[in-house]
Design a protein. Structure first.
Length: 150
């Protein structure tokens, strides 16, 4: 019971931190954003989405990268084809700037695989993922997610 209260307190603190960071974005000032919703938690949905690939993320950095790629693919799957390609191209360019050109084909294949997974298993979930916060705990990672309303 004591651990559960501590965990809930930590989750609330992480969500508040994420909310503050998100609202600080000048491009979003004046926009109405819902931070807590009834129903399924988007963090749990995202964890289920990346579940087949978690074993390959053996470091915190690798886990962050997996989540970032999953979010790109998730949001891209919700877009029309032209917008999807623009998002993938922009994201791939940003990633290649730090990862190198040899990642181009692997990156596009992995994103395509994730998009296919989103469309096959999570097609009814039309929420966009706006931001996330990942923290390490004694039992693993804790993920907080901000998403749009469905």
């Amino acid at each position: 019971m004591k651990y559960r209260k501590k965990r809930q307190s930590q989750e609330a603190a992480n969500l508040e931190k994420l909310k503050s960071q998100f609202l600080a974005d000048t491009a979003l000032k004046g926009q109405q954003v819902v931070f807590k919703s009834s129903g399924e938690k988007m963090s749990e949905v995202l964890e289920e989405f990346i579940e087949p690939y978690i074993e390959s993320a053996t470091t915190p950095e690798a886990y962050h990268k997996l989540i970032a790629l999953a979010i790109i693919a998730w949001n891209a799957a919700l877009l029309e084809e032209t917008e999807r390609q623009n998002l993938i191209t922009q994201s791939a360019e940003a990633i290649r700037a730090t990862a190198g050109k040899e990642w181009k084909k692997d990156l596009q294949n992995f994103l395509a695989m994730l998009i296919e997974r989103k469309q096959r298993y999570f097609a009814n979930n039309r929420r966009y993922i706006l931001n996330y916060h990942l923290s390490e705990t004694k039992k693993g990672y804790h993920l907080a997610v901000i998403s749009t309303h469905q």
